[in-house]
Write a protein that binds this ligand. Structure first.
Ligand SMILES: CC(C)(COP(=O)(O)OP(=O)(O)OC[C@H]1O[C@@H](n2cnc3c(N)ncnc32)[C@H](O)[C@@H]1OP(=O)(O)O)[C@@H](O)C(=O)NCCC(=O)NCCS
Length: 156
């Protein structure tokens, strides 16, 4: 699926030298960001990881997914504040879905905060549906917040 207005984005595999830029975006985007170590461990254990950028410019966003035994899980999807609203997340999500298809995953799962309107709208556009709720899954300023579990059936 492609809903993005801006096709200048290019997606490529995340490499170790991208992690520094990725961590900066992560820290400026989340109240409880992943550490640099988590990103490096994800690359080390072979999770699928991509960055999005414009030719010759710095990393603007990233996605990580685990894909195994017929199931894919979107672990993180994030776009730098200044780059939002021009289709970068769509480019990344298109790539994750294509990879899940290529690896014969039947379904792509993810967790999202109920309060995250931008992300929920993005996932709704892609046909994700709510499958359940994990109580007290995320830390937040007031304690904990539930996670919604969403999934999309991958059609081959
Ligand atoms: C959610 C996020 C990844 C979207 O990135 P983006 O590059 O701005 O998204 P895109 O430009 O590709 O927009 C795709 C769709 O997402 C939805 N969307 C994006 N930003 C939105 C906003 N501020 N409000 C409502 N919907 C929004 C829309 O459906 C949009 O399509 P449309 O503009 O045609 O309606 C980005 O806001 C982000 O990184 N947020 C912080 C990290 C995060 O919450 N990640 C998700 C964790 S589950």
């Amino acid at each position: 699926m492609s809903t993005a207005p801006d096709d200048l984005w290019q997606v490529r595999r995340m490499r170790p030298h991208d992690v520094e830029a990725v961590v900066q975006i992560e820290r400026s985007s989340y109240s409880h960001p992943w550490s640099e170590r988590i990103f490096r461990d994800c690359l080390r254990v072979g999770y699928r990881a991509w960055v999005v950028d414009r030719t010759g410019r710095s990393v603007a966003g990233y996605a990580l997914a685990s894909i195994a035994v017929g199931e894919a899980h979107l672990l993180n999807l994030c776009v730098a504040g200044a780059a939002r609203g021009s289709g970068a997340a769509c480019r990344l999500l298109d790539t994750v879905i294509a990879q899940a298809e290529a690896e014969h995953a039947d379904e792509l799962f993810l967790e999202v905060r109920p309060s995250n309107r931008a992300a929920r709208r993005l996932y709704a556009r892609y046909g994700f549906e709510t499958r359940g709720r994990r109580p007290n899954y995320y830390p937040d300023r007031h304690g904990r917040e539930d996670a919604l579990v969403l999934s999309k059936v991958i059609t081959i």
